[in-house]
Design a binder for this molecule. Sequence first.
Ligand SMILES: Cc1cc2nc3c(=O)[nH]c(=O)nc-3n(C[C@H](O)[C@H](O)[C@H](O)COP(=O)(O)O)c2cc1C
Length: 323
Amino acid sequence: MKTRITELFGIEHPIMQGGMHYVGFAELAAAVSNAGGLGTITGLTQKTPEDLANEIAKCRTLTDKPFAVNLTILPMVNTPDYPGYVKAIIEGGVRIVETAGRSPEPFMAAFKQYGVKVIHKCTSVRHALKAQSLGCDAVSVDGFECGGHPGEDDIPNFILLSRAAEELDIPFVASGGIATGAQLVASLALGADGINMGTRFVATKDAPVHQNVKDEIVKATELDTRLVMRGLRNTERVLNNKAVEELVAVEKEKGDAITFEDVAPFVVSKYADIMKNGIMDEGAWSCGMVAGLINDIPTCQELIDSIMSEANEIINNRLVNLA
Ligand SMILES: Cc1cc2nc3c(=O)[nH]c(=O)nc-3n(C[C@H](O)[C@H](O)[C@H](O)COP(=O)(O)O)c2cc1C
C-alpha cells in the first residue's frame, strides 16, 4: 500500500507508532520499523541528551530501517534541555521527528537545515494548519478518543479527520482509537494517508513494559478510561485505577480552585514504577478508549501483518463489490 506517508518516510506500511513515555524505547521502535511501520523512540524518557544519543545508537543496532524520535514540548516544572535533545537527534542521524504538545517553531530551522522530516501531532485543525504553515512535512491528527493528551476541544476522529482533509495540503495520519485494519481503511477513506497508534502498541510482546501493563489493557473495555487534569487545561486520558479515582475525587472537591500541586501526587514521576515495575495503582497512566478493541498481545510483526491483511481484504473484496 503506497501513500504519501509511506513515500515521505520511506516505509513499507502506512502505520506509525507514536512516542510513549517509558514505552518508546529502542526495542519497540526497532520492532515496529522492522515490521515495515515507523517506530518512534520517546526523547524525553531519556533523562539527558547523552542518554538519547545512546538509545538512538542502540536502535541502529536493532534495525537498519527508518525510525523516528518523539520530542514532546510541554509546560514542565523543570524545562528539559531541548536544544541538547535536538542536537542528539540530528547528530544521531535520525531523519524523522514526531513533535507534540506546544508549537515546534523554535526547532524547525535546525530540523530543516539537516533534512529532518517533521510530523507534528495536533488535536485541532487550527494547530494542524499552524504546523503546515511552519513547514512541517506532515501532521498526526489526534482525536478525542486518543490515549494521552487529547487537547481541550473534544472532537472525535469521525469529524476531526474529515475536517483535516478539508483544510490541509500536507499529508496526515489518523491517530487515536485505532487498532484494526478496518480502521486503517476508514482513515484512508476519510482522507488520511496512514495511521498512528499508541495504546495498541503497548499491548505487544515487543513493548518493553511490565506484563501487568499489557494485561490491564487487554482486560479493559472502552468504558474504562477517564479524563484527568481538565481543570488545568492539560487534559489527559488515562486508564481508571485506584489512584485515578482518588485524583478525580480531589478534582471534584477543589473545582475551579484546583492547582498543579493538588494533582502532582498522582501524576508526577509515576511512569517508571508503572511501566517498569508493574505497580498498576501507583498513579495515572495514559491509555486510549481503544483498549476496548484490544484482546491479545501479538508481536509487532504479527500486529502489523494482520492490520495490513485485514485492510487489503476489506478494500479488495468487500468494498470493491459495493462499487
Ligand atoms: C502510555 C502512553 C504514553 C504516551 N506518552 C506520550 C508522550 O510522551 N508524548 C507524546 O507525544 N504522546 C504520548 N502518547 C500518545 C501517543 O503517542 C499517541 O498519540 C496516542 O496513544 C494515540 O492514541 P491511541 O492510544 O488511542 O492509539 C502516549 C500514549 C500512551 C498510551
